[in-house]
Design a protein around this ligand. Structure first.
Ligand SMILES: [Zn+2]
Length: 323
């Protein structure tokens, strides 16, 4: 799967038909960023190679970008009023900038800075690259400002946008970009990359390297997710109270495992209840960072309201202990 995609990119590259804006989209954690970064390096490579040669001056500069810490790469400028504002990440390569949110959003000041960058001539390579990740973090103003740049694209600049939420990109921005879907990794590919042999872990990772590594390193994720979906009522309550105290990132990962388990169950039995539960989990993943309480969501998952939950879980508990 991945090989086919690389072949496609290679064709584009060697035919000199690289669009000025490409959106790499697909599920979270499947290596989109790595793929797009490698492509960026190739666009800048002085040997004009894809995959990039890895040893020319440009490639060497790009390597330093990968090795430095975020703090070292952060680049600040001034806004209209002369106040210091965060702009983007930049390393030793003069023709490459990496746009990311400082907190939750990529803001319009940052896009203004991008404009200043794109209308300069390249200093080292023949091209320049503006990398945007996660692209969906551009707020509406930022996206509209970016659109203006994309409408009159500077010939020597490529925009590489990476997102797992394509629906959050404005249709106008999408229509100015080439949409490149990155498929999830196959279980074989995942096995090769992560060295994980456990089939269940590979399956639940749903093609995501990130997820696979998390499941491998944090064994409690899977056991807790199982207890939440299938445990008896007492275990369920205990786990809900426990996870309420977890860090938000870990809660997010837990929800993703719950989602994968539910998905697996839904594929087997196509039950409406699982479908509805899946919808709730998607909503939860969306709103967790905005203050949603995980425990309330989990209670809903197991029964709609506390009463139904109690009865439902209890009957299962009784059945379980009787059998
Ligand atoms: Zn090179």
């Amino acid at each position: 799967m991945r090989e086919r995609l690389k072949k496609f990119l290679s064709g584009m590259f060697y035919q000199g038909r690289v669009p000025s804006s490409i959106i790499f989209y697909g599920k979270e954690g499947i290596g989109k960023r790595e793929l797009a970064l490698e492509f960026a390096e190739a666009l800048l490579c002085l040997e004009d190679k894809y995959p990039p040669c890895g040893s020319c001056e440009s490639c060497r500069h790009m390597k330093s970008f990968r090795h430095k810490s975020i703090e070292e790469l952060m680049f600040y400028g001034e806004d209209k009023r002369g106040k210091s504002v965060y702009l983007y990440l930049r390393g030793d390569h003069p023709d490459f900038i990496y746009l990311n949110p400082e907190k939750a959003e990529i803001k319009i000041d940052q896009i203004r800075a991008v404009k200043d960058f794109v209308y300069l001539s390249p200093a080292l390579s023949r091209k320049k690259v503006v990398f945007v990740k996660p692209a969906e973090s551009m707020n509406q103003y930022a996206q509209n400002a970016l659109l203006k740049v994309l409408e009159e694209p500077p010939e020597d600049t490529h925009f590489l946008l990476v997102t797992h939420k394509l629906q959050k990109i404005l249709p106008t921005v999408k229509s100015r970009s080439f949409l490149l879907e990155v498929p999830p990794l196959t279980q074989e590919e995942l096995k090769e990359i992560t060295g994980i042999n456990d089939d269940i872990l590979l399956e639940l990772s749903e093609g995501s390297i990130k997820m696979a590594m998390k499941l491998k390193e944090d064994k409690e994720l899977l056991s807790t997710a199982r207890a939440i979906l299938e445990g008896d009522v007492l275990t369920f309550y205990k786990k809900v109270l426990e996870v309420e105290k977890w860090e938000q990132d870990r809660q997010y990962d837990l929800l993703r495992v719950v989602q994968a388990l539910l998905h697996r169950r839904y594929v087997e039995n196509r039950s409406l209840a699982d479908k509805q539960a899946l919808d709730k989990v998607s909503m939860g993943l969306e709103y967790l960072s905005k203050g949603l309480r995980l425990s309330l969501l989990l209670f809903q998952l197991r029964g709609g309201n506390a009463n139904v939950l109690y009865k439902g879980a209890l009957s299962r508990y009784q059945q379980g202990s009787a059998g």
